[in-house]
Unconditional design. Structure first.
Length: 382
């Protein structure tokens, strides 16, 4: 099979560091699994673009030597995430094949092939800031509220939306206790033994794998809201016997090892429909996960407001800076300047008193403590 043609069965070979080359065979994945991973290269970032739904991202042009592994690392901040966000495009005859000169559309929650004509149109749309602003997308370094996006839907990534878990879930977690494989690192397709057995799990149960639970505290009063965890992938129980069970790793977004913990998996929707917040919401950003994506403004932030305060899935929020009191020297009086919209957010996961939001546009880096409220549907000034 010639270089540049990567069918579905060999996509794992790309994840292991094999490249899209010119005139070389694409090798089979080695039996040593991720232990044989080659160091990724560092592809140049492609131009910004905007799709028909108003989502801002980049378009990468495939060159010989590229892999989905290193493309994901360069654009999304982690090489392991591409299987989770790869999206088949029905307009492409075979979306699983990548060859030099192919165009790949990349946002924080999506990677997919697009036609060259569509890529050119999306880049051109991004180059028209005035028109883009009217459509409710990010233009230049402006923050545009996402209330008027044509499709009113955004695509999200499970790794970001599910990184915020409750204290009760972490305390109830079990772990991987062993594996038939002798390798130190485990990956998709490997069998493992977990520390739950008869009466606690059943065949078919799915669990999310994580490690390094980091406490998240409210900036108001310091109460613990939950934990940020590194989502490694998920597994499914295949056999239950005694006080343990055998499971198969179905998706790995990072290396997995014995001792990594697991909680019941809740599958997140691939897309979220945008909606106005049903009530007035006012809160703060309390945590920003490490390893931010480099695509558009597609970070995930954790909020100290949840369902109990009226937050709903898809709610449009905004980060803002309050207006300041200024001197009007001619008339000798004080005036208050308008609030400044700094970023637009969409809620992608909601719990009782917390939420995860996806940043759809920002005019500056966001920080813990930034103020958040229901979107006012105003476009931020330059």
């Amino acid at each position: 099979m010639r270089a540049g043609r990567v069918p579905t069965l060999l996509m794992i070979a790309l994840a292991l560091g094999f490249s899209v080359g010119a005139g070389a065979e694409v090798p089979e994945a080695p039996s040593a699994g991720i232990d044989s991973q080659a160091p990724p290269s560092d592809p140049s970032l492609g131009p910004w673009a905007v799709d028909e739904a108003g989502n801002v991202g980049r378009i990468h042009t495939v060159v010989p030597g590229d892999t989905l592994w290193d493309i994901s690392s360069a654009y999304l901040g982690t090489a392991w995430v591409w299987p989770a966000v790869w999206h088949d495009n029905e307009d492409i005859e075979n979306p699983h094949l990548i060859v030099p000169e192919d165009r790949i559309w990349i946002t924080a929650g999506e990677m997919r092939k697009i036609t060259r004509e569509r890529a050119d149109a999306m880049i051109a749309a991004r180059a028209e800031p005035a028109e883009a602003a009217e459509e409710g997308v990010v233009a230049g370094e402006e923050a545009i509220v996402a209330s008027d996006l044509p499709s009113r839907r955004i695509r999200i990534a499970e790794r970001g939306a599910m990184g915020f878990v409750s204290q009760a879930a972490v305390e109830a977690a079990t772990s991987i206790v062993g594996s038939p494989s002798a390798r130190d690192w485990l990956a998709e397709g490997d069998r493992v033994y977990i520390g739950k057995g008869e009466g606690r799990v059943e065949v078919g149960d799915e669990f999310t794998l994580f490690r390094d639970a980091e406490p998240v505290h409210d900036i108001r009063g310091g109460r613990r809201l939950g934990y940020h965890v590194d989502i490694l992938g998920w597994l499914v129980v295949r056999q239950v016997e005694g006080d343990s069970a055998t499971a198969e790793i179905r998706m790995s977004r990072s290396e997995i090892s014995r001792g990594d913990r697991m909680i019941p998996r809740v599958e997140v929707p691939a897309e979220v429909e945008l909606t106005a917040a049903p009530t007035w919401i006012a809160g703060n950003i309390v945590f920003i996960p490490e390893g931010r994506t480099q695509v558009a403004d597609g970070d995930y932030v954790y909020l100290n407001r949840g369902a109990s305060e009226g937050v709903v899935l898809g709610a449009e929020l905004e980060v803002y800076g309050p207006g300041a009191l200024r001197d009007e020297r001619v008339e000798g009086k004080k005036v208050t300047t308008p609030d400044r919209i700094e970023a637009s957010l969409v809620v992608v996961d909601v719990k009782h008193s917390t939420a995860v939001a996806y940043v759809t546009g920002s005019r500056r880096p966001l920080e813990v403590g930034d103020r958040v409220r229901s979107a006012t549907r105003e476009v931020a000034s330059r």
